[in-house]
Design a protein around this ligand. Structure first.
Ligand code: GLC
Length: 640
C-alpha cells in the first residue's frame, strides 16, 4: 500500500493516536500480507515458529527507532508521495572522493544548495575488506561506518543537518551478498554449519555445475563463473559478482530475519531512501538465469511490507539494471502492485539515450518508451545519465529488430562508437567486461568524455568542445524534464573528464568503472564564476534547469508524460501534461533539423507563429512555418 493510502486508512480509525498505537495499527494492517508473503517463500508446515519469531522481532525493531524518526514517519505518511515531487533533484557521490569524509561533505552542503540539489545518494560507507572491495559493495558490516569516512556519530549528525535543510539521503543496502570477511562468512569459514547455510555452500561441484549451465557471468574478465572454492572451508560458495562477495541464501528464512534487522539498523541512522542493491539476484534456481525470479519479487515485497510497519517514512529504490519490461515489475505487479519498491532506476532511458547519441536517431528510444507498460501511479523513476557503474546495453532485441538492425551487430557498433574503436567517433570511453564467448560488453567513461569533451580539448577543437557542451546540457535537460527524480552523478555538473589514475592501483586496475569515480575538482568549482569554460557553461546551464524544474509543478510525477512522433527521426519530443503543459523537443543530430510548425500549433504551443522557450526565456519565430533546432538544442516550450 502506498504512503498516502496507508495514512488514510490509519487515520480513519481514530483521531490523535499515539506513535505506538500507529505502529500497532500498521502491523495489524500489513499482517495478512506479510504472512502470505512469508509462507509463500517458506512453507507454513516447516516455518510456523520462524514466523512467530519474526512477529516478535517487530516491536524490538520498532523500539530501536529514534523517537524523532518515528514522528517523521507519521508526518511523511500524511504528506503522501513526497518522492514524486518536482522539487526533488539528486546527486550521487563517493564521500571520500567528494571532500575527504563525512565531515568534509557536511561542510560542503552549500555547494548542493547553490545548485539546487536536495537529495544525496552516498556510496557505501560501512566497513569493507582492505584490498579489493567493489567500491564498498563488499560489506563487512551493514551499519558500522568505515573509519576513513568518520564515525556513526558523524553520519547521524549529517542526517540531522540534512533534515533541517529539508534534504534527503539515500544509502545502499547490499541485500544480495556480504563480503567474505562478514561475521557470518568468517564463522562459515571456521566450519560453523549454521552459518554455512546462510550462503550457498557445496562440498563438491555437482550443484554448482548444474547452476553454471544457465547462470550468466557478471564479471567475466575478473571473476569468471559463479562459484569460488574456499580452501579453509573446503567448500564451494556461490559468488555471482566478485569472488569475495558471497551470495546470501534467502531460502533460509533466518537470513531474511537477520537481514531485516540489518536493514532497520541502517535505516535508524536517519536514511530516507534505501537503494536495494542487486535485488534481481535475490533468489536462485537451477535451470534459470537466477535473475528476476518470482521469489525475488516476493522477498522484496516482504522486506517492503515489514519496513513499512517499522519505519514507513523510509522508501525503497530498486537497483535492477535488467531488461526494460523486467525493471517495471519491481514496482510490484498484480496483487503486489505498489507493494515492492517506490522508486526504480530508469536504466532503459539511460541506455537508450546513449544509443541515440551514437546513432543520432531517436527511433529506438521512441519505440521503446511508448511500448513500456505504465508504471503504478504511486511509483517513480530515478532518471540519470551516468552512475558509478558501467553502461549496459539493456535494449530490447525485439525493437532493435524492428528498426531493421541486427541486435548483435548494433550492440557491436555502440561499443565501437564509445570505446575508441572508430576514428571518427568523438567518444573516449573504455570497454568493460567484454565476454568473447557471447560478444557482450559494456561501456565505462565519464559523461563528458563519452560525449566528446575530452577529445575536443585534446585536439583543441572548439567545434567538438561546443558540441560536447550542448550534448551534456541536452541530456541534462531531458532527465530534468522526465517523469521521476533526476540524479546527477557528482562531477557531471562540472563536466568532469575520465580519471585514468585507477590504472596505477593494483586493487582497481582490472575494473574500468573506476575511470568514472574521480576526486571532486574544487579548484574548478572555485573558478566557475570567473571563467567562460566548458565546466562553468555546464554548471550554470544545469543550475538553471534545476531551478526551472522546481518552478513548474507539471514536473511532479503523476505519470503525466506523452511521447509524440513528429516524423523526424532525430528529434525527440515529449510532453508533460497537467493544467499547464510543457513540450520538450531536442535534436540528436549533428546538423540542424526542422519540424512542421502546424503540428505544434495543434498541441497549443504556438501563437502568431511564435513559440516560447522557458530555458532561454525567449520568444522565437517560426522560419517559413518550420521550427528549427540546432544540433543538440533542447527547448522546453510553454503555452502563452
Ligand atoms: C550494484 C552496484 C555495483 C556493484 C554490484 C554488486 O550493481 O551498483 O557497483 O558492483 O551491485 O554489489
Amino acid at each position: 500500500m502506498n504512503q498516502a493510502a496507508l495514512h488514510k486508512l490509519l487515520s480513519s480509525k481514530k483521531e490523535n493516536q499515539s506513535l505506538d498505537e500507529l505502529f500497532e495499527l500498521r502491523l495489524v494492517t500489513n499482517l495478512t500480507l506479510i504472512k502470505d508473503l512469508f509462507f509463500s517463500l517458506y512453507p507454513e508446515e516447516h516455518y510456523r515458529a520462524t514466523f512467530q519469531k519474526l512477529l516478535k522481532q517487530f516491536s524490538k525493531l520498532y523500539n530501536s527507532r529514534p523517537e524523532n524518526l518515528k514522528q517523521q514517519d507519521v508526518d511523511r505518511l500524511k504528506k503522501g508521495n513526497w518522492y514524486q515531487s518536482e522539487k526533488l533533484v539528486g546527486s550521487q557521490l563517493y564521500v571520500d572522493r567528494f571532500n575527504k569524509d563525512l565531515k568534509g561533505l557536511h561542510n560542503k552542503l552549500s555547494y548542493f544548495e547553490e545548485l539546487g540539489i536536495n537529495f544525496l545518494h552516498l556510496m557505501p560507507l560501512t566497513t569493507r575488506p582492505k584490498g579489493e572491495n567493489d567500491g564498498g559493495y563488499a560489506v563487512n558490516s551493514y551499519d558500522k561506518i568505515d573509519a576513513k569516512y568518520g564515525t556513526q556519530k558523524d553520519f547521524v549528525k549529517l542526517t540531522e543537518t540534512l533534515r533541517k535543510k529539508k534534504m534527503y539521503v539515500m544509502l545502499d543496502f547490499v541485500v544480495n551478498h556480504t563480503s567474505n570477511e562478514y561475521s557470518w562468512a568468517k564463522k562459515a569459514i571456521a566450519g560453523n554449519k549454521k552459518y554455512q547455510e546462510y550462503y550457498y555452500t557445496y562440498a563438491d561441484r555437482k550443484v554448482p555445475d548444474e547452476f553454471e549451465k544457465s547462470l550468466p557471468e557478471i564479471f567475466p574478465e575478473t571473476s569468471p563463473g559463479n562459484f569460488t572454492f574456499v580452501l579453509e572451508m573446503n567448500k564451494w560458495v556461490m559468488t555471482c559478482f566478485n569472488n569475495y562477495q558471497w551470495d546470501l541464501n534467502y531460502t533460509n528464512p533466518e537470513v531474511f530475519l537477520e537481514m531485516l534487522a540489518n536493514l532497520v539498523n541502517l535505516v535508524n541512522l536517519g536514511v530516507d531512501v534505501i537503494r536495494f542493491d542487486a535485488l534481481a539476484f535475490l533468489w536462485k534456481r537451477i535451470g534459470t538465469t537466477s535473475q528476476n525470479l518470482p521469489e525475488a519479487h516476493i522477498l522484496t515485497s516482504l522486506f517492503r511490507m515489514c519496513l513499512q510497519v517499522v519505519a514507513p517514512g523510509t522508501i525503497l529504490l530498486a537497483e535492477a539494471i535488467v531488461a526494460p519490461t523486467d525493471i517495471i515489475k519491481y514496482f510490484g505487479e498484480d496483487g503486489r502492485k505498489g507493494n515492492e519498491c517506490e522508486i526504480a532506476y530508469n536504466a532503459s532511458l539511460m541506455a537508450l539515450l546513449w544509443n541515440s547519441i551514437a546513432t543520432k536517431e531517436i527511433g529506438l528510444l521512441h519505440k521503446s518508451l511508448i511500448n513500456l507498460p505504465q508504471k503504478p501511479k504511486d511509483s517513480t523513476w530515478i532518471n540519470y545519465i551516468r552512475s558509478h557503474d558501467d553502461i549496459g546495453l539493456g535494449m530490447d532485441d525485439f525493437f532493435i529488430h524492428e528498426m531493421g538492425w541486427n541486435p548483435q551487430e548494433h550492440r557491436k557498433f555502440i561499443l565501437n562508437y564509445y570505446c575508441q574503436f572508430l576514428d571518427w567517433s568523438p567518444a573516449k570511453g573504455m570497454l568493460f567486461m567484454y565476454n568473447p564467448k557471447t560478444g557482450d560488453g559494456r561501456i565505462t567513461g565519464s559523461a563528458a568524455s563519452l560525449l566528446g569533451l575530452e577529445k575536443g580539448i585534446e585536439e583543441n577543437n572548439s567545434n567538438l568542445i561546443n558540441e560536447a557542451i550542448n550534448k551534456i546540457n541536452m541530456l541534462h535537460g531531458i532527465i530534468m524534464a522526465f517523469t521521476g527524480i533526476p540524479l546527477i552523478y557528482a562531477g557531471d555538473e562540472i563536466a568532469t573528464l575520465n580519471d585514468y589514475s585507477f590504472l596505477k592501483d593494483k586493487n582497481k586496475k582490472e575494473d574500468s568503472r573506476w575511470i568514472n569515480r574521480p576526486y571532486h575538482n574544487w579548484e574548478t568549482v572555485a573558478n566557475l564564476e570567473f571563467k567562460n569554460t566548458p565546466e562553468s557553461k555546464v554548471f550554470f546551464a544545469l543550475k538553471k534547469l534545476i531551478a526551472l524544474r522546481k518552478k513548474h509543478s507539471v514536473f511532479a510525477d503523476t505519470n503525466n508524460i506523452d511521447f509524440h512522433n513528429t516524423g523526424n527521426n532525430h528529434i525527440l519530443v515529449f510532453e508533460r501534461k497537467a493544467k499547464e503543459g510543457i513540450l520538450i523537443l531536442c535534436n540528436f543530430n549533428t546538423s540542424r533539423e526542422v519540424i512542421d510548425g502546424n503540428w505544434i500549433t495543434k498541441l497549443g504551443y504556438l501563437k502568431n507563429q511564435m513559440f516560447r522557450d522557458i530555458i532561454t526565456d525567449k520568444k522565437i519565430k517560426l522560419n517559413s512555418g518550420f521550427l528549427e533546432l540546432n544540433p543538440y538544442q533542447i527547448f522546453w516550450l510553454k503555452k502563452f
